[in-house]
Design a protein around this ligand. Structure first.
Ligand code: ZN
Length: 348
């Protein structure tokens, strides 16, 4: 990484696999029609950033690329025809460059846009820069009183969980959910959101220190998956019935065990595969037990508004640590090594 001093616009770019450069770029032009200019205040890291940093054979992208898939900032300037925002207003951004006109977009299913032009920070330039122009239709106001670091967790972490648990798995009060990796950014959010609606939460963690913290967040039962087989413990805890919903994102290491934890007709919702992308599936078990397996990726603009409303109501993301822009690699390494409890924030 090249150190400063920087007088212009800083941008954190990926130039090769596992190689980031903090560079100075020309500032963007004044925002055009339908655009706003945003001064970025905080970026939150996600596993998609780790994938991008490691290099992904299947991702079509041109390097160098500005990283950062999830962020909060303030309106620095507005385009000539934009009436919805004013300078200084706190905002978050939808990081998928949707078309806004296809059937899915018109129906508010933004993450199913038929003509998506890429995910910012992964396929196309992202948010880890001082200033950027965005289509105003992809920008959402942040309610008063929410800190930058918290708001930065709304577009992906909180909204992904909101979409998984409620749109997809339809978790309801009185049901039991197994949340994998309860110390992760989305795991911590899932524990809070599930508890808040009156669900019983069982969660897995990788060490005893995290177990304490997960209990403090409201998890009813915590399983250290390194010392106990989580499938067996879940069966005991549910009197052999199984849980209504499993919140999966660990992947190969846990997926089959997760299915064994479901009650008949239970729902497994997954948004990740950090431990490996392939597994085998027993089809007899799938149909006889009438499982529903639901893939979930990203969220809608509505989910971001719902997430911000939860934050305004006092449900804040768990923050593991904050790093300055120049030390993002420390944050990525921490995320990759699964040492985290909560979200990692890059502050500007
Ligand atoms: Zn679309």
């Amino acid at each position: 990484m090249i150190p400063g001093p920087f007088t212009g616009m800083r941008a954190l770019t990926i130039v090769a696999d596992r190689k980031l450069d903090l560079v100075e770029l020309a500032p963007p032009p004044p925002p055009g029609a339908g655009e706003v200019q945003i001064r970025v205040k905080a970026v939150a890291l996600n596993h998609i950033d780790v994938w991008g940093w490691r290099g992904m054979a299947f991702a079509r992208r041109k390097l160098p690329l500005v990283v950062g898939a999830e962020a909060a900032g303030e309106i620095a300037a507005i385009g000539p025809d934009v009436g919805a925002f004013k300078p200084g207003e706190a905002v978050v951004m939808y990081g998928g460059l949707t078309c806004g006109t296809c059937k899915a977009c018109r129906e508010g299913r933004d993450n199913l846009c038929e003509n998506i032009a890429g995910i910012m920070g992964f396929h196309v330039d992202g948010f880890a820069r001082d200033l950027l122009n965005m289509p105003a239709r992809l920008v959402l106001p942040v309610p008063a009183g929410i800190a930058w670091r918290d708001a930065a967790c709304a577009p992906i972490a909180f909204s992904t969980v909101q979409h998984m648990l409620f749109d997809n798995a339809k978790l309801a009060a009185g049901e039991t959910v197994l949340v994998h990796a309860g110390g992760s950014g989305i795991g911590t959010a899932a524990i809070k959101m599930a508890r808040a609606i009156g669900a019983t939460v069982i969660t897995t963690v990788g060490d005893d220190a995290k177990a304490e913290k997960a209990r403090a967040l409201g998890a009813d039962h915590v399983i250290n998956y390194r010392t106990e087989r989580f499938e067996g413990v879940v069966r005991k805890l549910t009197a052999k019935k199984g849980v209504d919903v499993v919140f999966e994102h660990v992947g190969a290491e846990t997926f089959n065990g997760s299915l064994l934890c479901l009650k008949r007709g239970g729902r497994l919702v997954t948004c990740g595969a950090t431990s490996g992308a392939s597994t085998t599936l027993n089809l007899m078990q799938l149909f006889q037990q009438q499982y529903r397996i639901i893939g979930s990726f990203g969220a809608s603009m509505r989910n971001i508004r719902e997430s911000l409303a939860k934050m305004a109501g006092g449900m804040l993301p768990v923050i593991d640590s904050e790093f300055p822009l120049g030390e993002v690699e420390r944050g990525l390494a921490r995320l990759e090594s699964r040492q985290v409890f909560g979200k990692i924030i890059i502050s500007f």
